[in-house]
Ligand binder design. Structure first.
Ligand SMILES: Nc1nc2c(c(=O)[nH]1)N[C@H]1C(S)=C(S)[C@@H](COP(=O)(O)OP(=O)(O)OC[C@H]3O[C@@H](n4cnc5c(=O)[nH]c(N)nc54)[C@H](O)[C@@H]3O)O[C@H]1N2
Ligand SMILES: Nc1nc2c(c(=O)[nH]1)N[C@H]1C(S)=C(S)[C@@H](COP(=O)(O)OP(=O)(O)OC[C@H]3O[C@@H](n4cnc5c(=O)[nH]c(N)nc54)[C@H](O)[C@@H]3O)O[C@H]1N2
Ligand SMILES: [Mo]
Length: 757
């Protein structure tokens, strides 16, 4: 582990630092020899899909694409460490809960099913049959199926997701909250209404033809490292790259590709961004409005495209023309000159891609901001032409596929009808709970069973204290999981941990070794086959767990559950029957590299209410919660806090305590702050503070964060997720999409009272 230090990082992202870091990770996880072999099979035609992120692979080409954080994700799963019953004999749940998330994760892979024993406050071994029977009995004892909640994190394969949602709907509910609800939900909501499909419209090839790429609220150097290779190629051929981010993220400035000898030899690597706009948190809608204003003024819009393919243009134009520069610059924190410069880049480009991440989706006005971005694309006909389009960059490696498979609390009637027909039952039509709704339902007692297919609900969700209280109120909590995490320790009266195979492991069923499929951020579907010996002999695959639970819980089901999991081709045949775009699934998926699902908007087929792509006007918001609260609390400085990922974590899984590119070593409890704000408060870097979020229903506190002076706009703070989740109020969320607003948390700072030793 690193010594604690804060020092500016001068090197490019990637490079030798990335190689060294992978070396350390492999050594720590004890997978030196096996790890390298495993890494070489990631994202290969006959290997497994990297569980790291949802960035696509270059046609599954034959050379290994190095990725530091992909390597860490693989090593975390391939670790030699094991959690056995001994750990649970030695520790009560209360004792385990006293450890931090880093320690829990570091104990290694879970090896057998465990049941919570209240008398001793310990998890004890349980057989699979006993676990399935007990869970089925609890589900059967509910007054109504809607009293159960079934969460999904985005690593679950298409096959497992499809069976899981089928089981849940046969059971009788649409309560399918998923990690998308906390992630790209606003992208789906915004784009579906506007261009008729909630997915990105570009393919990887478009990045080879784009003349300009605009990157909003995304940190690919850490979260999608393979995207840097794509951006580096684009920058090299002269494509302009404009970045909008409150922080100067190292990976967006300079990158040394570990696979390029030239990059590795040079001190500086390759430049990525040609223009960097350090806007204020939440200022993107204002910034995009400013760019649109300048574009409209120039008159250089694609009038033919607008006339043939869109509606709402006049209302949009009126709204943008009415926006005044004073408001735009005040809200965005950028100058008119900067925004006109960005507009000039956009105008000079014949094909532009706009990408975005959590910096856009986790705000109150996320849907409006995304629609403003799409408006800008429409102005120049940048959807449905080569080298252009909208690119929401997804997080979990199969989060997009899970949605395609029906992991959605608001399924369409058409989907339900097909599902019911294929399996001979009547699916429930009432919409279910999303993540925030699920927490509210547990809190008010209307939901009593919480079942999770992966993820770490207790740590990933907002309002940590209330969420944990919600989980504790349940009659039963169940986690299908690979590793120990906080959610297993914040349990209901009854609780089970069900350990499953990871994606890197060989999955053998009656019909032989099985592969699963996933869908990346750009709608490519391909096979993934594990090649490591499973971490323990007792592990079951996720599809097998669903099938055996369904068999126990649904005595009247007509679905041949066990037969389906004997050979996953059988599941895929059913998917082909139910899900649009999957005809001949089994034939097409065996072609190396997989197949493209297609995208209607890319074909300029607009499946919207009006049959056109829609300009949807949004005023620059001046009444966001932070502004209102600042007016109400004029006596104390209120900051806008964004909760972001460090370089050494995968969501709630903490790999290490460094955030190399931001110059933080050995710490996670840090608070990045502008020097002028430090002076205003009379505080100094190196002091410890408590953060208190201010909301209409009261205050929430998170204690002991180290102040780090940082190049961040005044009035803005940054700190890491999940340590700060206690500060995010449950009712602070995106309009319409209901995504927790974890990138705009109004907080005040106070010095941390030092407790005498
Ligand atoms: N190694 C690794 N890979 C991952 C993950 C991981 O934790 N670790 N997580 C996966 C998941 S589930 C997801 S969703 C993605 C997340 O990937 P990202 O979307 O990159 O997620 P964050 O780290 O939350 O970073 C958000 C970025 O947005 C910026 N930002 C914050 N607020 C604003 C704003 O108001 N405007 C603008 N323009 N920028 C803003 C921050 O400075 C930061 O650079 O990564 C996926 N890949
Ligand atoms: N404050 C704040 N909160 C956030 C965010 C933020 O930026 N700020 N980001 C949000 C986002 S974008 C997301 S996607 C969510 C993430 O929320 P989740 O998806 O719920 O959380 P993860 O940390 O990705 O889940 C990690 C756990 O998944 C389990 N796991 C890993 N691999 C497998 C597998 O193959 N099968 C199974 N069954 N289990 C497995 C392991 O037990 C591991 O501990 O968090 C959200 N929360
Ligand atoms: Mo995510």
């Amino acid at each position: 582990m690193s010594k604690q230090a804060i020092r500016v990082y001068q090197r490019p992202a990637g490079g030798w630092g990335a190689l060294t870091s992978v070396f350390h990770t492999l050594r720590e996880q004890g997978v030196m020899a096996r790890g390298m072999g495993t890494l070489l099979r990631a994202n290969q035609p006959d290997g497994f899909d990297c569980p790291g992120c949802a960035w696509p692979d270059k046609n599954h080409h034959s050379t290994f694409e190095f990725c530091e954080n992909g390597a860490k994700a693989v090593a975390a799963e391939a670790t030699e460490r094991r959690v056995t019953r001994v750990l649970f004999e030695q520790h009560t749940v209360a004792a385990l809960a006293a450890h931090d998330d880093y320690w829990l994760e570091a104990q290694g892979r879970l090896t057998e099913p465990m049941r919570y024993e209240p008398a001793t406050d310990r998890y004890v071994p349980a057989s699979w049959d006993e676990a399935f029977a007990a869970i089925a009995a609890q589900l059967g004892a509910l007054d109504h199926p809607d009293q159960a909640l079934f969460y999904t994190s985005g690593r679950t394969s298409n096959e497992a997701a499809f069976l899981y949602q089928l089981f849940i709907r046969e059971f009788g509910t649409n309560n399918l909250p998923d990690c998308s609800n906390m992630c790209h939900e606003p992208s789906g909501t915004a784009m579906k209404e506007q261009i008729g499909i909630g997915k990105g419209t570009v393919t990887l090839e478009d990045f080879e033809h784009a003349e300009a790429i605009f990157i909003f609220g995304q940190n690919p150097g850490t979260n999608h490292p393979r995207m840097l290779g794509t951006l580096r190629e684009a920058a090299k051929r002269g494509c302009r790259i404009a970045v909008f981010n409150p922080l100067r993220e190292r990976g967006l400035e300079r990158f040394a590709d570990p696979q390029s000898p030239l990059d590795m030899l040079s001190l500086n690597g390759s430049a990525i961004a040609s223009s960097y706009y350090q806007l204020r948190i939440g200022g993107d809608l204002a910034a995009v409005t400013g760019i649109a204003k300048a574009v409209l003024e120039s008159g250089q819009v694609d009038s033919d495209f607008i006339a043939a393919h869109t509606d709402g243009f006049e209302a949009f134009r009126a709204e943008v023309e009415a926006a005044d520069w004073a408001t735009i610059t005040a809200e965005s924190g950028l100058t008119e000159v900067q925004l006109r410069e960005a507009a000039a880049i956009y105008l000079a480009s014949n094909a532009s891609i706009f990408t975005w991440g959590m910096g856009i989706t986790q705000h109150k006005h996320s849907v409006a901001t995304i629609q403003a971005i799409v408006n800008l694309l429409l102005l120049k006909g940048n959807i449905g032409k080569p080298g252009a389009g909208a690119c929401p960059v997804r997080g979990h490696s199969n989060v997009q596929g899970d949605r395609t498979m029906g992991i959605y609390e608001q399924p369409s009637p058409a989907f339900l009808q097909k599902l019911g027909k294929a399996f001979g039952f009547t699916p429930p039509s009432k919409p279910g709970h999303d993540v925030v709704g699920a927490i509210e339902a547990m809190l008010d007692g209307s939901a009593r069973v919480f079942f999770a297919m992966g993820g770490n609900f207790a740590s990933a969700t907002p309002d940590a204290d209330r969420t944990q209280q919600a989980l504790r109120q349940c009659d039963l909590t169940v986690h299908v999981t690979t590793k120990l995490n906080r959610s297993h320790l914040v349990h209901g009266r009854a609780a089970y941990i069900l350990p499953c195979l990871g994606r890197t492991e060989i999955d053998i069923q009656a019909g032989g070794p099985q592969g699963v499929t996933v869908e990346d951020s750009m709608s490519m579907v391909h096979l993934s086959a594990g090649m490591n010996v499973p971490a323990a002999s007792q592990l079951l695959s996720e599809p097998a767990i669903v099938a055996r639970l369904a068999l126990a819980a649904l005595p009247h089901s007509k679905t041949p559950w066990l037969w389906l999991v004997e050979d996953y081709d059988r599941i895929r045949d059913k998917i082909a029957e139910v899900i649009d775009g999957f005809a001949d699934f089994n034939q097409r998926v065996h072609v190396p590299g997989g197949f493209y699902l297609g995208n209607s908007a890319r074909e300029r087929n607009w499946k919207t209410a009006s049959g056109k792509a829609r300009f949807i006007a949004h005023a620059v918001p001046t009444d966001l919660p932070i502004a209102t609260l600042r007016r109400q609390h004029a006596d104390v400085p209120l900051f806008n806090l964004m909760t972001v990922r460090s370089h050494d974590q995968y969501n709630t899984t903490i790999y290490g305590l460094d955030d190399r590119y931001r110059g933080v070593y050995g710490h996670r409890r840090v608070c990045f702050i502008n020097p002028a704000d430090l002076a205003r408060l009379g505080f100094a870097a190196g002091q410890w503070v408590d953060m208190t979020s201010v909301w209409h229903d009261g205050e929430r506190v998170a204690r002991r964060f180290l102040l780090v002076e940082y190049d961040i706009p005044a009035g803005c703070l940054a700190s890491y997720y999940p340590e700060t989740n206690a500060l995010v109020p449950l009712s602070s969320m995106a309009d319409r999409a209901r995504t927790p607003a974890s990138k705009s948390v109004p907080v005040k700072l106070s010095l941390h009272a030092v407790v005498p030793a």
